[in-house]
Design a protein around this ligand. Structure first.
Ligand SMILES: [Ca+2]
Ligand SMILES: [Ca+2]
Ligand SMILES: [Ca+2]
Ligand SMILES: [Ca+2]
Length: 283
C-alpha cells in the first residue's frame, strides 16, 4: 500500500470520499433492494472480495492529493458485506406482522351458563333466526360453552361478527374454527361460513362427529372489508355446534426506503472510520 497517500485532514478529499461513499451506498442499497425483491443472488450477495485485487490499480489525482483506486475498490469489498447486511435487514423487515382480529371460545357468554335463543354475544350479532349456547344440555363436555346453530324458534340463526374487518391486498388471512355434529341424531346438518366476499364455504357434518378444527388460509387479492359469519341452515332446532373461532391476518411489511438509507448512512460512517484507522496505522 505504498501508493496509498491520503491526507485524511484535507477537506477536499474527505468531501470527495463522503460523496463517493454516498454514491456507492445508494447504488448498493438499490442492488440490495433488487436482491430482496427477486430473491437472493450469489453473484450480488457473496461476490468474492478477493477478486477486487485483480482489478487494475490507478491513481486519482485531486490537486496535491492522490488516492489509489485500491482504496475505492476496498470500499467496494466492504460494500459487498454491507449489501449482505442490507439484504438481511430487508428480510427481517419483510416478515409479516400478524394481527388477531377475533378470538372467541364462547365460554363466558351468559355468565358461563347455557341458554336457549341467546342473542347477547360479546363478539357476534345473532340474526336471521336464533341460536342456542349449549342447547338443552352439554352434548360435548370439556368445551365450555359453544353454539347450536339452530336455536329454538324453528329458524336457524346467523352469527355475524360485530366488527367489520379491514383487509388489504396481499394480507394473508387465517381462519380457524371448530364444528361438531348436532349430537342428537338429526342427520347431516350444515353451517355456511363466510368472510364477506373473501370466503364462503358450506360445512356438512354427520350427527356423531365431535368437535373438529377447520383451518382456512388465503391471500387477499384487493382491498376490502368483511364480517365473519356462521349461518345455520335448517328449521328443526337441532343444528351443528360451533366453538373456538379465531381470525388473524398477516400484513406484509414492505422494506422502507428510510431504513435502507439509514443503513447506507451507517455504512458510510463505518467506512470513513475504518479508512482513517488504516491511514493512522501506516503513519
Ligand atoms: Ca367453548
Ligand atoms: Ca337448538
Ligand atoms: Ca335462518
Ligand atoms: Ca337441523
Amino acid at each position: 500500500m505504498i501508493s496509498l497517500n491520503i491526507y485524511v485532514y484535507d477537506i477536499l478529499i474527505v468531501q470527495s470520499v463522503i460523496f463517493i461513499d454516498a454514491c456507492f451506498g445508494f447504488i448498493d442499497a438499490c442492488f440490495g433492494f433488487i436482491d430482496a425483491c427477486f430473491g437472493f443472488s450469489d453473484r450480488t450477495l457473496f461476490a468474492p472480495p478477493h477478486k477486487i485485487v485483480l482489478l487494475p490499480k490507478k491513481t486519482l489525482s485531486s490537486g496535491r492529493n492522490t488516492m489509489s483506486t485500491v482504496n475505492l475498490l476496498a470500499e467496494i469489498s466492504i460494500i459487498t458485506v454491507l449489501r449482505t447486511v442490507i439484504a438481511l435487514s430487508l428480510v427481517v423487515n419483510a416478515q409479516a406482522a400478524t394481527i388477531t382480529l377475533l378470538e372467541e371460545n364462547f365460554n363466558t357468554e351468559n355468565n358461563g351458563s347455557g341458554v336457549l335463543n341467546y342473542g347477547s354475544f360479546t363478539n357476534f350479532d345473532a340474526t336471521y333466526g336464533t341460536v342456542d349456547i349449549n342447547g338443552y344440555s352439554d352434548f360435548l363436555p370439556g368445551n365450555g360453552l359453544y353454539v347450536d346453530a339452530e336455536g329454538s324458534t324453528s329458524n336457524a340463526g346467523k352469527l355475524s361478527s360485530k366488527s367489520t374487518f379491514v383487509f388489504g391486498s396481499g394480507d394473508l388471512v387465517n381462519l380457524l374454527f371448530k364444528l361438531a355434529g348436532d349430537q342428537r341424531n338429526n342427520g347431516n346438518n350444515s353451517v355456511i361460513v363466510s368472510l364477506g366476499s373473501l370466503f364462503n364455504e358450506s360445512f356438512i357434518l354427520p350427527s356423531t362427529q365431535g368437535f373438529t378444527t377447520f383451518t382456512r388460509s388465503f391471500t387477499v387479492a384487493s382491498d376490502t372489508s368483511a364480517k365473519l359469519a356462521f349461518e345455520g341452515v335448517g328449521g328443526d332446532n337441532i343444528g351443528l355446534l360451533i366453538d373456538d373461532v379465531s381470525l388473524t391476518k398477516s400484513v406484509p411489511q414492505p422494506p422502507s426506503l428510510i431504513g435502507i438509507l439509514g443503513l447506507g448512512g451507517f455504512g458510510v460512517t463505518s467506512l470513513r472510520k475504518r479508512k482513517q484507522e488504516k491511514v493512522a496505522v501506516k503513519v
